[in-house]
Design a binder for this molecule. Structure first.
Ligand code: NDP
Length: 249
């Protein structure tokens, strides 16, 4: 039990990587406050996670709603030892056809939302807490169609280093977990049917040195490392969980 007597905030904890992380955190002894927009999946996640979890609706692009959820969570479970700013959307923005609307939605969720989640959590963070931001290999790889997403995730890396400098005096660590392609609903139609999923697995497998699509637990276990005392001297870093995609030529 690596997280006994801790409280964690996980944005986007009702699906994919966030939900897998919430499950692992609770299994390791933490109390978990999860947020998201979809009330149905929030309720299902709360049921699955049990009494040590609290699911609160909050749109990460709405600063007041985020602040209110964080305050409520801290009042119920106590100040936070861990924040996983994970909520994010994909949203293609090809150079030739991207609209301002989609571009701004991706930035406001994946970059601005992450910044204000951490800012809103600050008054409710214990000293020596661990903050983990969810990045992506797309901040490094030139994958066509993802300018806004890649820019937001590169911004997340830059913010993490600056936040780490700002919060080091309180012993608070800020690091980034940067996944490669992971099997979650974010891929939409690419994984919506068994046939599509098989073709997707094959395509990703060919692009990945370890030859496979990543699973949510691969990321959750790395987030657990960054959240726990096992990483107590790791500050301002980014760990890629990508089967070798960024490291390959
Ligand atoms: P999912 O679609 O399964 O999960 C996304 C989560 O983010 C959901 O819980 C969703 O909740 C939440 N979310 C999205 N927008 C908002 C918002 N405005 N306010 C609050 N919550 C929001 O995808 P993943 O688990 O894959 O994605 C999680 C993170 O991992 C994202 O930041 C993504 O960029 C990153 N990532 C994922 C990769 C992958 O291959 N899966 C690769 C690299 C990075 P709701 O449905 O209620 O809106």
């Amino acid at each position: 039990m690596r997280l006994t007597n801790t409280t964690a905030l996980i944005t986007g904890g009702n699906s994919g990587i966030g939900l897998a992380t919430a499950k692992l955190f609770v299994a390791e002894g933490a109390k978990a406050v999860i947020t998201g927009r979809n009330k149905e999946t929030l309720a299902a996640a709360a049921k699955e996670l049990g009494p040590n979890a609290l699911a609160l609706p909050a749109d990460a692009t709405d600063i007041a709603a985020t602040e209110a959820a964080i305050k409520h969570g801290a009042e119920k479970f106590g100040k936070f030892d861990i924040v996983f700013a994970n909520a994010g959307i994909a949203g293609g923005t090809p150079l030739g056809s991207a609209t301002l609307d989609v571009f701004e939605k991706v930035i406001s969720t994946n970059l601005t939302g992450v910044f204000f989640t951490v800012q809103s959590a600050l008054p409710y963070l214990n000293d020596n807490a661990s903050v983990i931001l969810n990045g992506s290999v797309i901040s490094v790889l030139g994958i066509p169609g993802y300018s806004a997403y890649g820019a937001a995730k590169a911004g997340v890396r830059a913010m993490a280093r600056i936040m780490a400098s700002e919060l080091s005096p309180r012993g608070i660590r800020v690091n980034v977990v940067a996944p490669g392609a992971i099997r979650t609903p974010i891929w939409g139609p690419a994984t919506a049917t068994p046939e599509a999923e098989k073709a997707f697995e094959k395509r990703i497998g060919m692009m990945t040195p370890l030859g496979r699509l990543g699973e949510t637990d691969h990321v959750a276990k790395t987030v657990l490392f960054l959240a726990s005392d096992d990483s107590s001297h790791v500050q301002g870093q980014e760990i890629f969980v990508d089967g070798g995609a960024v490291a390959s030529p």
